[in-house]
Design a binder for this molecule. Structure first.
Ligand code: RP5
Length: 181
């Protein structure tokens, strides 16, 4: 309808882009209250120098913005979408319903029910529309998974991920060595 058309004109302008390059990963969340959890994903993508964008898209409060975002994402060059939501966390699933891109869902822990509500809302997708669901509040892993997806076709990211894993292993081994001393 008209609302959708109007939104389509402005979507690309309003999204905060964290690089002059075309964003490869789109981070969306249902509310600004999800930002403290979702900012960890931003930090990982910055660390790996992945061009990304981040914005608020609510399945319930901005349904037209959600459908336009999902429909346009692949045309705009986005390769993977990370969607965080809490409570009745419909955003990742509904976005996955409207794009062929991989969608990674981050269940955000709300003030009640410990985030199990969000986890179940995101993980229990019907056959045919998968959402890759990470642990409650673990947007770090969502970003790392997105980078692994980029590594499938861009060896720069594959190499960076291999280096990250080696560093991570070294850090644990150093801690173990200190403990044993
Ligand atoms: C969801 O409802 C959001 O993803 C958020 O986690 C939760 C609560 O949102 P606010 O009421 O804090 O805006 O849509």
């Amino acid at each position: 309808g008209n609302t959708n058309e109007q939104f389509k004109v402005s979507v690309a302008d309003r999204i905060l882009q964290h690089s002059k390059k075309t964003p490869l990963v789109g981070i969306i969340m249902g509310s600004d209250s999800d930002l403290p959890v979702m900012s960890a994903a931003c930090r990982i993508l910055e660390q790996f120098e992945v061009p990304f964008e981040v914005t608020i898209v609510s399945a319930h409060r901005t349904p037209h913005r959600m459908s336009a975002y999902a429909i346009e994402a692949s045309q705009r060059g986005i390769k993977t979408i990370i969607a965080g939501a809490g409570g009745a966390a419909h955003l990742p699933g509904m976005v996955a319903a409207m794009t062929a891109l991989p969608v990674i869902g981050v269940p955000v822990k709300g003030s009640t029910l410990d985030g199990v509500d969000s986890l179940h809302s995101i993980v229990q997708m019907p056959r045919g529309v998968p959402v890759a669901t990470v642990a409650i509040n673990n947007s770090t892993n969502a970003a790392l998974l997105a980078i692994r997806m980029l590594g499938i076709y861009d060896s720069t990211y594959l190499t960076k991920m291999q280096e990250f894993l080696l560093r991570q292993e070294e850090e644990v081994l150093e801690k173990a060595a200190r403990l044993e001393d």
